[in-house]
Design a protein around this ligand. Structure first.
Ligand SMILES: [Zn+2]
Ligand SMILES: [Zn+2]
Length: 320
């Protein structure tokens, strides 16, 4: 099968013929219909040592964890009652299913979990991907193969507005991204390159933001989020910073901030994302700025390393 293969940090991905994955009896083999390029993959492909808290990828890794596709083979003991031809997406790991973490719905904490696109278990930058029968989720009729690739990135943000936030305000240094945020449901945007973020937020909402999400993950961004937060505010750190950072703890202490670090989602988050997409309560298509085949994929991946108006680029292996 074809795959976009990681060879070494900083090197472009190489489109090559590799052996297709072989499902174990509890797995499904899935023909990839689309797979999104994730910022995490851009980060991971540059990691050279463990100093940033993440292990470097091995040469030969096939990344991609935002995939959906069609089941082409069902393992003889695969749970879930799947059939060939079923349209699915999947949690991007295969866990043991028996340990305390698995039973509690936190398969990503399973000591025996393998993650798609991070190690030996290949990801969706390929014609085929191996998926656990227990980790697969059916795509409802209202979720096509384009939106199906958005199910993984959507729970990462999990739509503040649907949980009752009146103001969901995005600040960004790139105006083009503010337009996309607005198309995705943000109530206001702040251009942090020209506007005073707190001042503008107060104009919009009348006070400081009760919950501040750091979705940037570069040195300094957590401190900014602390500075923006009000007394007794909440701070959620979702951006994955892989370099040492300096913060001034007294600012968080005197404000008595609650800080929550977050990393992954659970199955119920995927279920909610699928329902939101299926019922049209979220139209994720505004996130998709390009769809490419294998021929253009490596270049598209490289180009995303430079900030631009691109948001989510999908690989469609069937696209020429
Ligand atoms: Zn991702
Ligand atoms: Zn387990």
């Amino acid at each position: 099968m074809r795959a976009a293969v990681f060879e070494a940090p900083g090197q472009p991905l190489v489109i090559a013929q590799v052996e297709a994955p072989r499902p174990t009896p509890t797995d499904l083999l899935v023909k990839v219909k689309s797979c999104g390029i994730c910022g995490t993959d851009l980060h991971l492909s540059a990691v050279t040592d463990r100093s940033g808290g993440m292990a470097p990828l091995s040469g030969g890794t096939v990344m991609g964890h935002e995939f959906c596709g069609e089941v082409v083979e069902v393992g003889s003991q695969a749970p879930g009652g799947w059939h060939e031809g079923d349209r699915i997406c999947a949690l991007p790991y295969i866990a043991c299913g028996h340990c305390l973490d698995c039973l509690a719905g936190r398969g990503h904490r399973c000591a025996r979990a393998q993650f798609n696109g991070m190690g030996e278990l290949g990801g969706g930058y390929a014609d085929y991907v191996r998926v656990g029968g227990a980790e697969a989720l059916a795509l409802p009729d209202g979720v096509d193969y384009r939106r199906g690739a958005l199910v993984e990135p959507l729970p990462v943000a999990l739509w503040c507005r649907f949980f009752g936030a009146r103001h969901a305000v995005v600040s960004d240094l790139l105006a083009g991204r503010l337009d996309k945020a607005a198309a995705m449901g943000a109530t206001d945007g702040i251009d942090a390159s020209t506007e005073n973020v707190v001042g503008r937020y107060k104009q919009i909402a009348g006070n400081r933001p009760e919950v501040v999400f750091d979705c940037v993950g570069v040195p300094g961004s957590q401190q900014l989020a602390m500075d923006y937060a009000p007394m007794n505010g909440r701070l959620v750190v979702a951006g994955v910073c892989m370099r040492p950072d300096n913060i001034m703890p007294v600012k968080a202490i005197t404000k008595e901030l609650s800080v929550r670090y977050v990393y992954m989602y659970e199955r119920r988050d995927f279920e909610l994302a699928l329902e939101m997409l299926d019922t049209g309560r979220v139209d994720g298509s505004a996130m998709i700025t390009d769809v490419v085949g294998f021929d253009a994929f490596s270049t598209a991946f490289e180009d995303l390393k430079t900030p631009s108006d691109q948001c989510k680029i999908l690989l469609d292996p069937d696209q020429l």
